[in-house]
Design a protein around this ligand. Structure first.
Ligand code: PSU
Ligand code: MN
Length: 304
């Protein structure tokens, strides 16, 4: 019913049962400006290969679910303006109508599960927005984590969100939130937030074991591995918080809503920090890719 295409590299990895790491494409089309988005996408793929795994960037291109993109597809997507942002609700419609779109965390998890890929690395997941008690704006990423058995490595949830409410919803949904190598739940651009993570793990093997234990118990849903941004790249909380407040105020003043909120805020914070937020964002995604590759290799060792 649906058209799935594996890149030659992923085709080979599947045949050889090699470790694979999924990557999202919304971060390319909606999360970063050209040309840094392409450099980031290529760089992150390289990090995963160096880590001994095979990267699978996922997107829908002209009605085909693509698992693994070639150079030209990656470049095309990076330059595309106005690509659709696909989550659980839009993915099937995009496939049925022959559309092109970038996959969010939720849609990338769905694609990864289709392809039998257990690990996915990204920047930050979507979550409960500040003021959600009024707007009801809660990312579909949270529900997806409760449904689809993929371990997602992220630098926590983006600090533009309400982290406390995001953690509450993840708990309600039964999603394990595992801080990597520290007790605090990281806040994307900053290593620390005001919140302790519910769980902590210090090595990739144990994370892979927990992934398999969930499956053995028949539990639906994945794990969120919250990996703090490297120290050298972080922007301290006290510094980024006023910038976030300003960006949120601007979003409200311009009546930004729905799917446009996250891309608008990321772009505005990029402008207000004169690009520093982007440098930090790229560093944390690469760091997550490295850990993702380690977890994928551990998972592979236990299952092959
Ligand atoms: N992480 C980033 N940049 C991004 C995103 C995550 O560093 O652009 C994207 C992801 O695709 C995530 C989406 O799934 O933002 C969340 O959007 P929303 O809040 O509309 O669900
Ligand atoms: Mn939303």
């Amino acid at each position: 019913m649906i058209d799935i295409r594996y890149s030659p590299e992923i085709e080979k990895a599947r045949a050889e049962k090699a470790p694979m790491v999924a990557l999202e494409s919304t971060i390319i089309t909606h999360g970063m400006p050209w040309p840094q988005n392409l450099e980031m996408a290529q760089g992150v793929e390289a990090v995963i290969r160096e880590g001994g795994a095979v990267p699978a960037t996922i997107a829908v291109i002209e009605g085909t679910l693509c698992i693994g993109l070639d150079e030209a597809q990656l470049e095309g997507l990076s330059k595309t303006r106005g690509a659709a942002k696909l989550s659980r609700a839009d993915m099937a419609v995009c496939l049925a109508t022959g559309g092109t779109g970038a996959t969010t965390v939720a849609a990338t998890m769905i694609g990864a599960a289709q392809a039998g890929i257990g690990v996915f690395a990204t920047g930050g997941i979507g979550g409960v927005h500040r003021g959600a008690e009024q707007s009801f704006d809660i990312s579909a990423d949270l529900q997806e984590l409760s449904r689809t058995n993929v371990t997602v490595v992220a630098a926590g949830a983006k600090a533009i969100l309400d982290l406390s409410k995001t953690l509450e919803v993840l708990e309600t949904f039964g999603v394990p939130v595992i801080a990597y190598g520290q007790d605090a739940f990281p806040a994307f651009w900053s290593r620390q937030s005001a919140h302790a993570a519910p769980l902590r793990m210090d090595d990739a093997e144990t994370i892979a074991r927990a992934h398999l234990a969930r499956a053995a118990l028949g539990l639906s849903g994945g794990q969120l591995v919250a990996n703090p941004i490297p120290e050298a790249a972080e922007i301290a909380r006290a510094e980024i918080e006023p910038v976030i407040a300003r960006a949120l105020a601007d979003a409200a003043a311009h009546g930004i809503a729905g799917k446009d909120v996250t891309p608008y805020l990321l772009q505005r914070i990029f402008e207000l920090t004169e690009g520093r937020s982007l440098t930090a964002n790229i560093a944390l995604v690469r760091n997550n890719a490295l850990l993702g590759a380690e977890i994928a290799c551990a998972l592979n060792k236990f299952t092959r």
